[in-house]
Design a binder for this molecule. Structure first.
Ligand code: B16
Ligand code: MG
Length: 210
């Protein structure tokens, strides 16, 4: 591994909370009579909570005030957090854990770079409390991916330059953010097909061969 630092996205890379986001947004959208389906949910990957709500409300005839929108986002988050409490260390795959342990044994420092304000709750649920050398998440940024802020902060917390770090992402917005910040990136799923991605991963374990 030629990188001294590795910055992992959380949702879609370390663990999978898509189905919980979907259930919580669906319940909120049903409550206000707005159509929502899995295809719209796919557009929310890597996007911040308020930007996700704006995408969902594209289907609404009513105009919501900022205060009303904050209430809707809070309602969704309450439902989402209830679902997150169902997660256990079994939601962390052996492959992901063994790969991260291997990268660390090779000398790399590991950080999270996630848009989620629930990062610490999720890491606690899956048994990774205190595991990372740094955490940059939705609580320390003002601009969401595709803005590079979350990754630049992670590099800063690791005391490294972007050129020394590799970003691991599953979302197009995340690959854009990495490129905008001067980071190389490794992509899984939709991110592997992005024209700006540096390495296409088939599995998480492929990181050990970079
Ligand atoms: P929260 P990531 C992102 O996490 C999710 O992919 C995205 O769907 C979600 O809206 C966003 O976090 C904000 O999450 O509501 O928990 O603050 O992929 O950047 O780890
Ligand atoms: Mg993601």
């Amino acid at each position: 591994m030629k990188y001294r630092g590795i910055i992992f996205d959380l949702d879609g890379v370390i663990c999978f909370t898509d189905k919980y986001h979907y259930q919580a947004w669906k319940e909120m959208a049903d409550g206000i009579g707005v159509y929502f389906d899995e295809q719209i949910n796919n557009r929310l990957r890597g996007v911040s909570r308020m930007a996700s709500l704006d995408i969902i409300l594209e289907r609404s005839e009513k105009q919501y005030t900022q205060e009303e929108k904050e209430e809707l986002a809070a309602r969704k988050n309450e439902l989402y957090q209830k679902l997150l409490h169902q997660m256990t260390p079994d939601d962390l795959s052996n492959e992901v854990k063994a790969t991260m342990d291997g990268l660390r044994a090779g000398g790399a420092k590991l950080s999270i770079g996630s848009s989620s304000k629930n990062t610490k709750l999720i890491l606690g649920q899956i048994g990774l409390d205190g595991y990372f050398d740094a955490i940059s998440d939705g609580t320390n940024i003002t601009r969401s991916k595709p803005d590079p802020e979350v990754f630049l902060k992670a590099a800063e917390y690791l005391h490294m330059q972007p050129s020394e770090c590799l970003v691991v992402e599953d979302a197009a917005a995340g690959v854009e953010a990495a490129a905008a910040g001067g980071f190389d990136s490794a992509g899984l799923g939709e991110a592997a097909a992005h024209p700006k991605v540096t390495y296409k991963l088939e599995t998480f374990g492929d990181l050990l061969h970079i």
